[in-house]
Design a protein around this ligand. Structure first.
Ligand code: CA
Length: 253
């Protein structure tokens, strides 16, 4: 199987900066969306630092002693998920070091969602509220669960998903890379099918567009235009935040 990826980003109509960062590396099978936060240009710095750190560590490919890997366990999925967890924590530490050295960067952090394809398997990891969706056989499913206060409230049955879209604090994160220090990313592995379509995006997409609408767009847009179409639709729906989409399509050889 081979991969075909596209990306699109837009600062939106309100913000001067684009604090989102994306990475598309088809050869490495590595795809990242990070949504930074912090005063001045700090959000941009945080999302860029996280993306670069994770890419570099995954490319080095060695298993540092600090990982929690049980060397007796040979499941390659375990190894990759552990590498992702380690890389995100190293990114978090690096952002905190930068923030300590420069007062303007104080309090910066970022969401990170990563899709790593190896062989016929897709590994996903995330911290924060940037999401990864899988569109397969006409159905859209969310592979990530937001690390937000409102998602916790939904899980506890105290808030409906509909009401959650309207509350003012819906973007409060329970975890972020950098700001929150050590992180515990959610990780998962899935077998790939030809025709699978992965969508990585920042909340600039999912705030204005409900999953139902994202599914409609995935079903109707040309795959080559999908990233751009989702960004344009988010803008049309009133999106004011930075908006970023990476799409990855799995093709038969
Ligand atoms: Ca955002």
């Amino acid at each position: 199987m081979r991969l075909e990826a596209f990306a699109w980003t837009d600062p939106g109509p309100v913000r001067e900066n684009n604090e989102d960062t994306f990475l598309v590396d088809q050869d490495a099978g590595l795809f990242i969306v990070a949504d930074g936060m912090g005063g001045h240009a700090a959000g941009e710095v945080a999302s860029r630092l996280a993306t670069d750190t994770i890419r570099d560590l995954l490319q080095e490919g060695d298993d540092p002693d600090e990982t929690r890997l049980d060397r007796a366990v040979q499941d390659p999925g375990d190894v990759l998920r552990e590498r992702l967890r380690y890389a995100m924590n190293q990114a978090s530490a690096r952002i905190r070091r930068e923030a300590q050295m420069k007062p303007a960067y104080s309090g910066m952090g970022t969401t990170v969602c990563v899709l790593l394809v190896e062989g016929d398997q897709a590994h996903v990891a995330h911290v924060g509220d940037s999401r990864i969706y899988l569109f397969r056989d006409g159905q859209l499913s969310r592979l990530t669960r937001d690390h937000t206060v409102v998602q916790q409230e939904i899980d506890a049955g105290r808030l409906t998903p509909e009401l959650a879209r309207q509350v003012a604090h819906r973007n409060y994160l329970t975890q972020s890379v950098g700001y929150h220090g050590p992180v515990e990313p959610d990780t998962a592995t899935r077998a790939l099918n030809p025709g699978d379509l992965f969508v990585l995006c920042s909340d600039g997409v999912t705030d204005p567009l409900e999953d139902k609408r994202i599914a409609e767009i995935c079903a109707t847009a040309y795959p080559t235009d999908l990233a751009e179409t989702l960004v344009r639709e988010a803008l049309r729906a009133g999106g004011e935040d930075n908006i970023t989409v990476v799409t990855v399509r799995v093709m038969e050889d």
